[in-house]
Design a protein around this ligand. Structure first.
Ligand code: DOR
Length: 428
């Protein structure tokens, strides 16, 4: 008898959508059988649900070490599990930064008891200061597959070129927070009609687009691969589309907030809407959605960025940027994109395409089929719920969707065959 059976769900994976609801039996961390009328020691009801590969987030801020009052690896991973994630990439802008073996090892060790697989990214430059490369080879040996200075972009063209050359040799992914600091320093929102009206200093779309264009050029020059983080402007989407058409090895992600919120949200000066890159215009949101639909953008990422209530209560220009995202991503994707993007393609954006970018396609985003690792998300695509910032596994509450009614909710998540969420409740 298998340890566990998921009963009555429709399978959706990279091969497409299964016909009729079925059962999925799980034993010793793997899928044992998929078919009707299976029995197991334990049964998880999944009627009306989809069972898909678990999601992979390329962009989670877990705040440990250094800012444990906002989040820990344990609480962030638990929030991820509640969102249907089975793997998340921890961003390196911790204190101290994840730029050396000691800190990366600490993060990986803390991740071992977490509710999903915690993958460590590492900084491209020492202390993310943009001056000197981190020991990329040593960090690759520890298992790091993605390097980024996220929170800031690498400004120095020659240093970025060198990082790309090393990354080619090491076979790792370089990811970039595209923002030219000469154009963004001192700003707190998108530069445009709204910032002019509110009297807040804005950063132009070009602050992002210049670095997107430069990194595409450097990828061409070096034969390297670049992953562009949280694309937010129509111009960036167009640059990536053109680069892909020319065969440059570029991938890109968009966050849930950049396809659902605009700079008009800032009109009440509420810092919950402050984020980097900033919320942009309707036209930018439309372009990001088109990019997600036509394959220009490869993945939906969360940029889950917890901040304490005290920090987020500061005035708009002084508050830290960032918003929570792990527990709302699936529902936002289904609610906002479900009519324009087929479910299989939406799940590709959340699961198997980011799994490939993170280098974990051997165990995440796999087919729901016998012999595969049981890293699975079971969700009800028609459950309607209202976002309550207090209903969270995160330590923080900076959720910009408070009060919003969304469709689609995670019911169960399994990581390595073990339930991490049952009926929406985290179990570890
Ligand atoms: O809004 C953001 N918050 N953007 C970033 O790049 C960093 C992040 C954070 O760490 O809070």
């Amino acid at each position: 008898m298998p340890e566990l059976v998921i009963k009555g769900a429709t399978v959706v994976d990279a091969a497409g959508r299964g016909g009729t609801p079925t059962d999925v039996a799980i034993d010793a961390g793997h899928i044992a059988e998929v078919g009707p009328n299976l029995d197991g020691d334990r049964v998880l009801d999944a009627s009306g649900c989809i069972v898909s590969p678990g999601f992979v987030d390329l962009h989670s801020h877990l705040r440990q070490p250094g800012k444990e009052e906002a989040e820990t690896i344990e609480t962030g991973a638990r929030a991820a599990a509640r969102g249907g994630y089975t793997a998340i990439v921890a961003m390196p802008n911790t204190t101290p930064a994840m730029d050396c073996a000691a800190v990366v090892t600490e993060v990986l060790e803390l991740g071992r008891s977490a509710a999903c697989e915690v993958l460590a990214s590492a900084a491209i430059t020492v202390d993310r200061a943009g001056e000197q490369l981190s020991p990329m080879g040593e960090l690759t040996d520890l298992g790091v597959r993605m390097f980024t200075d996220d929170g800031t972009g690498v400004q120095d063209d020659a240093l970025m070129r060198r990082a790309m050359e090393y990354a080619v040799g090491l076979g790792v992914t370089l990811a970039q927070h595209c923002e030219v600091s000469a154009l963004s320093a001192g700003t707190c929102m998108h530069e445009g009609e709204v910032s002019a009206r509110l009297g807040l200093p804005g950063q132009p779309a070009e602050a992002e687009e210049l670095m997107v264009a430069r990194d595409i050029a450097l990828a061409r020059l070096t034969g390297g691969r670049i992953h562009l983080q949280h694309l937010s402007t129509a111009g960036s989407v167009e640059l990536v589309r053109a680069a892909k058409a020319r065969g440059v090895a570029v991938t890109a992600e968009a966050t849930t907030h950049h396809f659902t919120l605009t700079d008009r949200c800032v009109e009440g000066y509420d810092p919950v809407y402050k984020v980097h890159p900033p919320l942009r215009t309707d036209a930018d949101v439309a372009a990001v959605r088109t990019g997600l639909a036509d394959g220009t953008i490869d993945a939906i990422a969360t940029d889950h960025a917890p901040h304490t209530i005290e920090d987020k209560e500061r005035p708009f220009d002084a508050a830290p940027p960032g918003m929570l995202g792990l527990e709302t991503a699936l529902a936002l994707a289904l609610t906002e994109l479900g009519e324009s993007i087929d479910l299989v393609d939406l799940l590709a954006l959340l699961s198997w395409r980011p799994a490939a970018i993170a280098g974990v396609e051997d165990r995440h985003g796999r087919p729901v089929a016998p012999g595969e690792p049981a890293n699975l998300c079971v969700f009800d695509p028609s459950a309607i719920w209202t976002v309550d910032p207090d209903d969270t596994a995160s330590r923080s509450r900076n959720n910009p969707y408070a009060g919003r009614t969304l469709t689609g909710k995670v019911r169960h998540t399994l990581w390595s065959g073990i339930p991490t969420v049952i009926d929406g409740v985290a179990t570890r």
